[in-house]
Design a protein around this ligand. Structure first.
Ligand code: FCB
Length: 483
């Protein structure tokens, strides 16, 4: 057996060959006691390239929209940047040691497109590929399943200069990049996610203008949503063409949309907004159709830039579905148009009556159960992985250097109990990834919001220290139940 073969069999041992476990899981689901998880359940943690890697201009990496956006005054809290972040580009072995210390068997990370294709097109940059090669081999050697996301928001700046996601051509560029990655790592990585949170990044980047590249143009946003759906189809086909055995999924951020009052107008607004946020990507990808009742029917095709035949092009028969859950969304009808034709709403993310995390997000574990049950209506029997869930609490080390974060433990415990209940009630969830493995660059909030199970000292060589929640989570993973 050569080294590659050995790593491939390591991949199977690391939970890549999931089918038998799934059958087992389905069987066991009905018999679960509160807080228990099915045998073979995959415990993991998540990060994303721009948030942890640093090394923003090393080894031939090109400029991404985030590399550019962080330089614009006033966009990021305290003027922070991801230039160094957690320095995972050099310290990935430390990250793997953290995963091992927590008994985790799955690591969700993302690949920086600009390391692979510095300008978003053309031949692969060997030094960039080599980093993910090293990371993959080190994970497999540690018995941890790699779960890469191809796109966690860091579009090559050059592609933005050519129109970005509102430009239909970007879907073909994404497919080229997906093909490169499938060919490079498909022999060792079986499970791939196409996109992270298509809803969040299209809305925040092109409609609200608070994420890179900071555009505030509702019509550009609508075009971007359609290009991203086309890229689901083209990226899926590219990965399967690179290696027919690859299991391809995508990650969607979902949240129950709760009307601000019981009035018919607020209820209608919440329903429309729920379709635009929870279903706008996964539904066309799985069925070839956008949900009705969001855009005016007569204008929809023009607003999206829809072309005949797109009902086939957007389709991707996903092998699994990743879901991210944090909180609820409150929606009210508004006298003002949101910029999206026909949509008169105001939307408050995570502002309900419940207790809040340090970020101000509502703690609403029942919403996790509810949204899983309702998403299953759309995703059917496909396996689901929870690809993110977690909370920002900004506890600092005490005098002895320990980090006590009891509120994070309480948040995770409540959400894991809700998840266990959803699985017992038939939702086919096979894995859970806490956001995040470690404190990192939290987009527009810079380093001010700490989501990590691990404390990172950004003033002292990115030194990592497990928090109390990490020790607790390690016990959960080992016991396969909430403790
Ligand atoms: C999600 C993002 C992730 C992280 C968490 C807190 O929306 O996917 O990168 O920022 O929120």
């Amino acid at each position: 057996m050569d080294r590659r073969e050995m790593l491939k069999s390591g991949a199977a041992a690391a939970g890549v060959a999931l089918l038998p476990q799934l059958a087992l899981a389905a069987d066991a689901a009905g018999k679960l006691k509160p807080g228990e998880f099915p045998p073979g359940f995959l415990w993991g943690a998540a990060t994303a390239a721009y948030q942890v890697e640093g090394a923003y201009n090393e080894d031939g990496k090109g400029e991404s929209v985030w590399d550019r956006f962080v330089l614009a005054p006033g966009k990021i809290k305290n003027g922070d940047t991801g230039n160094v972040a957690c320095d995972s580009y050099h310290r990935y072995r430390d990250d793997i040691a953290l995963l091992r210390a927590m008994n985790l068997k799955s690591y969700r990370f993302s690949i920086a497109w600009t390391r692979i294709q510095p300008n978003g097109t053309g031949a692969a940059n060997a030094r960039g590929l080599a980093y993910y090669d090293r990371l993959t081999d080190a994970l497999l050697e540690a018995g941890i399943r790699p779960l890469p996301t191809l796109y966690h928001w860091d579009l090559p700046q050059e592609l933005e200069d050519r129109g970005g996601w509102p430009n239909r051509d970007t879907a073909a560029r994404f497919a080229d990049y997906a093909a490169i990655m499938g060919r490079a790592l498909g022999d060792r990585i079986n499970n791939w996610s196409l996109f992270n949170e298509s809803k969040a990044f299209t809305q925040l980047s092109y409609w609200q203008g608070v994420f890179a590249p900071g555009r505030k143009d509702a019509l550009a946003f609508l075009k971007a949503t359609h290009t991203v759906n086309l890229a689901h189809g083209s990226g899926y086909r590219a990965l399967k063409a690179a290696n027919a055995k690859l299991q391809v999924g995508s990650v969607y951020d979902v949240s129950p949309h709760i009307p601000a009052t019981d009035s018919p107008a607020d209820r209608a607004a919440a329903e429309a907004m729920a379709k635009l946020s929870n279903l706008w990507f996964v539904a066309p990808v799985l069925t070839g159709r956008y949900p009705d009742g969001v855009l005016p029917a007569q204008q929809q095709a023009a607003l999206l830039g829809w072309q005949s035949g797109d009902e086939q092009l957007v389709r991707a028969d996903l092998d699994f579905v990743g879901l991210n859950y944090y909180s609820m969304t409150r929606v009210a009808a508004s006298a003002q148009n949101s910029g999206v034709p026909g949509l008169n709403v105001t939307v408050d993310w995570a502002v309900g009556p419940d207790e809040k995390t340090d970020f101000g997000w509502d703690i609403y574990p029942q919403g996790f159960y509810d949204i899983l049950k309702s998403m299953q209506q759309v995703t059917g029997k496909r396996p689901i992985e929870i690809t993110e869930n977690g909370a920002a609490y900004n506890n600092k080390p005490d005098a002895t250097g320990q980090i006590h974060d009891p509120k994070r433990i309480a948040y995770l415990r409540a959400h894991l109990n809700a998840l266990s209940r959803a699985i017992a009630d038939g939702v086919p969830v096979r894995g859970y990834h806490c956001w995040s493995l470690m404190d990192n660059f939290e987009w527009a909030q810079g380093y001010s919001q700490r989501f990590g199970l691990t404390y990172v000292d950004f003033d002292n060589h990115q030194q990592r220290t497990l928090k109390e929640s990490a020790y607790w989570y390690a016990k959960v993973a080992a016991a396969n139940r909430v403790v």
